[in-house]
Design a protein around this ligand. Structure first.
Ligand SMILES: Cc1cc2nc3c(=O)[nH]c(=O)nc-3n(C[C@H](O)[C@H](O)[C@H](O)COP(=O)(O)OP(=O)(O)OC[C@H]3O[C@@H](n4cnc5c(N)ncnc54)[C@H](O)[C@@H]3O)c2cc1C
Length: 343
């Protein structure tokens, strides 16, 4: 690992003023030689230090965000929703009584991602901004399109863990499992720059497909700090769930995961539905056909099966990942029925 300058401000504006670039921009090179000029943010450091140890990122400086007290709180928002500071850890989220009661899909995903030790350190902000796990992207020997090279090696290579939707130019899948649940819950992000200006953007809109920008997964700009995740108040009659399937029953990233949020009239028809597939596309994938099929119906096993089938509409598996289709179909069906049955 290279040596680097270290700063640990206690104030958001001060921290934002020190960073010069994003991790995504610092990892792009035309020649394969990385810039050593950048100053980047660190939260828990799980992903950042991984990239540095692998020689994929060589920053001049690191700005530690962990000493900023304002970023570590979960609070009720004025609109009745919840404000989650970006430094809240996955373990805190999983244990929080409000998150467990009102936003079960988020509690599920926070409590089941990675290992117990990692969840104590990993922040929700860092989780949403971690870089892809694609093994070509993580290999120093492969100068792939996401790092400024010419090709995505996955198309002709080992693509069993890659995308089945929207892989236009790059076949990685988004690594942040939390995003699957947060998109289903309608989350927004609050981002703050050095001047103290805040912007609020829908999480779903924040993520970028490769056809929009192949070198960055999201719309974070240099010096901008993700300060909070904002969850709107759920309807009292709505429920959500997140379920995942790993290759083995371990703490590794899932090969497929699904979040479903349904608002259902008591004993009656579905009023609103969100069906989001994770590890299916470079961004959390909204299964619009499945959602359309659920709304207005009283959901039983047949409706759930039809919606699960519809969720795969438009899928274009690569040479080695068609096995994901039946896994997703099963997960979607189970998730819908679990929400309806309240378990
Ligand atoms: C064995 C293992 C299993 C894992 N399994 C899963 C899994 O199942 N699902 C899953 O989702 N993840 C999984 N992870 C990934 C892990 O959860 C993430 O690496 C972690 O959440 C990142 O959070 P962090 O606080 O450590 O972020 P850091 O590593 O500190 O930062 C990550 C990125 O975010 C940027 N950043 C951080 N905070 C901010 C901010 N507030 N504003 C602007 N930029 C910021 C940093 O510059 C960096 O680019 C796993 C990791 C390991 C090692």
């Amino acid at each position: 690992m290279n040596s680097f300058e270290w700063s640990s401000p206690r104030d958001i504006a001060q921290a934002a003023g020190v960073a010069t670039t994003t991790v995504a921009a610092a990892m792009v090179s035309q020649s394969g030689r990385l810039s050593t000029d950048g100053v980047v943010f660190k939260a828990g450091g799980i992903d950042l230090l991984d990239l540095m140890k692998e020689g994929l990122l060589v920053p001049r400086g690191i700005v530690n965000l962990r000493e900023i007290p304002d970023l570590a709180v979960i609070a009720q928002a004025d609109d009745g929703g919840v404000h989650i500071g970006a430094n809240v850890t996955l373990a805190q989220l999983a244990a929080d009584p409000v998150i467990r009661t009102r936003f079960l899909a988020l509690a599920d995903v926070a409590g089941n991602s990675a290992s117990p030790q990692i969840r104590q350190v990993a922040t929700i902000g860092g989780n949403l901004l971690q870089r892809p796990r694609c093994w070509y992207f993580r290999s120093r020997d492969h100068h792939c399109a996401r790092k400024g090279g010419e090709v995505c090696f996955a198309f002709a290579g080992e693509n069993q863990y890659h995308a089945i939707f929207d892989h236009n130019g790059c076949a990685m899948v988004h690594p942040e499992t939390s995003a699957t649940a947060l998109v289903a819950l309608g989350a927004k992000l609050e981002l703050t720059n050095a001047a103290g200006t805040k912007r609020v953007v829908g999480l779903e809109q924040f993520f970028l497909l490769p056809e929009v920008d192949i070198q960055r997964e999201n719309d974070l700009t240099p010096g901008e700090i993700l300060t909070a995740i904002l969850l709107p108040p759920p309807a009292p009659t709505s429920r959500s769930i997140h379920i995942k399937q790993g290759e083995t029953d371990s703490f590794d990233w899932p090969i497929a995961d699904v979040a479903v949020a349904l608002d259902t009239a008591p004993g009656g028809a579905c009023r609103a539905a969100a069906v989001i597939l994770g590890a299916a596309s470079p961004v959390p994938h909204r299964a619009k056909a499945a959602e359309a099929l659920l709304v207005g119906k009283t959901i039983d096993a047949d409706v759930a099966r039809a919606a699960a089938h519809a969720a795969l509409q438009g899928a274009a598996p690569l040479t080695k990942n068609a096995y994901k289709l039946p896994i997703f179909e099963t997960l979607v069906r189970r998730a819908i029925l679990a929400v309806v049955r309240g378990g």
